[in-house]
Design a protein around this ligand. Structure first.
Ligand code: NAD
Ligand code: TDX
Length: 343
């Protein structure tokens, strides 16, 4: 089995690479990543010389390069993690979200059609369903919940999902889609809530909580998401959407307080700031389908997951301090600058 993992130097993509190399020794992986500000090759340092792994720097919107890679590698399946992923950035600069998230997905699917790839898996998000009210805990997102987006980011992800379903219906492309709730864990870029709060608290800096901090997210430890995608690849039904989440709803304020408590830092570091424009109130996934059909269930309770995550950031200060200083952007040169091209 040969897999293309796009966005493999990003948060979830690199965790997926590590997960697959540990748990599926017969799978070989090519990670393709443009190394935008969110891509960090040092997250793949421990596997860069693994015999079943190859890293390729490239852009999913570059049709010529993508088709050449598919010609060279004969992939059995593609898992598309590559995306612009930060809601706040999409509010300031929507254009690149549309290009990467929609046109990049199209380019990959065109290559899958051309080279008869056996599966295209689109990594989607629960944000495509919009938000739920705070006072109706009985309501959850199912796969039948209508698409109803709030931000340019979620609109671009919803567009990509719709295009993926259209390629299945029109061209019979063998696709699957997962829609996951908020992930957390190692290698999470420190612009997102949990790693931002951990790294700022460690510097005793104020922690910016949007609005009143009562917005709710449904948190899933990243390894559980990787396991779900691996299961969908192996046993999922072609053409289907699977929601992934672990019934783990928390207000942002609760998450931030938990982090401060884990680090032994005072709650007085919390600073309420202007709310995000169009801020979704609550996300909550109903994972009944993936549980009943594929037997997936999350393994990591939030308390354990957040402790592991805080510990990881304490033990990997170089990883995030290089990001804060910008040094991580030299990493490609360091790792690849003096390597010869083999083919
Ligand atoms: P991330 O921003 O950490 O990683 C994205 C990666 O894609 C980066 O390494 C970046 O360099 C790469 N990339 C961007 N543009 C590219 C391009 N044109 N060509 C090739 N590579 C490109 O994001 P993440 O949090 O790891 O999310 C991965 C996927 O999972 C995204 O599709 C996101 O929408 C989805 N998702 C994320 C979450 C979450 O909580 N983080 C939840 C559900 C779904
Ligand atoms: O500084 C902050 N203060 C704050 O209160 C930041 C960065 C965020 N927040 C709030 C906004 C959200 O309610 O915390 C919550 C989580 O914010 P993010 O980490 O930016 O995640 P979110 O907007 O929920 O989107 C994430 O989950 C779904 C990922 O970034 C997406 O890629 C994924 O699709």
């Amino acid at each position: 089995m040969k897999l293309l993992v796009t966005g493999g130097a990003g948060f979830i993509g690199c965790n997926f690479v590590h997960y697959m190399l540990q748990n599926n020794p017969s799978t070989s992986l090519v990670a393709l990543d443009l190394l935008t500000y969110a891509g960090n090759l040092s997250s793949l340092e421990s596997v860069i010389d693994h015999p079943n792994f190859r890293f390729v720097k490239g852009d999913i919107t570059d049709r010529e390069a993508i088709f050449a890679l598919f010609e060279e590698e004969s992939f059995d399946a593609v898992v598309n993690f590559a995306a612009e992923s930060h809601v706040d950035r999409s509010i300031h600069n929507p254009g690149v979200f549309l290009t990467t998230n929609i046109l990049g997905t199209q380019t990959l699917m065109d290559a899958c059609r051309q080279y008869n790839v056996g599966r295209f898996h689109q990594v989607g998000t629960d944000e495509v369903y919009g938000d739920l009210p705070l006072d109706r805990p009985d309501l959850l997102f199912t796969e039948e919940t209508p698409i109803h987006t709030s931000s340019p980011y979620s609109a671009s992800k919803a567009s990509a999902d719709l295009l993926t379903q259209a390629y299945h219906r029109t061209y019979k492309l063998p696709i699957t889609i997962s829609r996951c709730s908020n992930n957390y864990g190692p290698y999470h870029f420190p612009e997102k809530l949990i790693p931002l709060m951990i790294t700022r608290a460690l510097h005793d800096q104020p922690l910016p909580v949007y609005g009143n901090g009562l917005n709710v997210r449904d948190w899933l430890y990243v390894e559980d998401h990787c396991a779900a995608i691996a299961m969908i690849l192996e046993h999922g039904t072609v053409g289907e959407v699977y929601n992934v989440g672990g019934h783990n709803e928390k207000t942002n304020l609760d998450v931030v307080k938990t982090i401060l408590d884990e680090l032994g830092k005072p709650h007085s570091l919390i600073e309420f700031v202007t709310d995000r424009a169009g801020h979704d109130l609550r996300y909550a996934i109903d994972p009944t389908k993936i549980h009943n059909e594929l037997g997936w269930t999350p393994k990591t309770p939030f308390k354990e997951g957040i402790q592991k995550t805080v510990q990881w950031y304490l033990e990997h200060r170089d990883w995030w301090q290089d990001i804060l200083s910008g040094d991580y952007r030299n990493y490609y040169e360091t790792m690849y600058g003096n390597r010869e091209k083999v083919s």
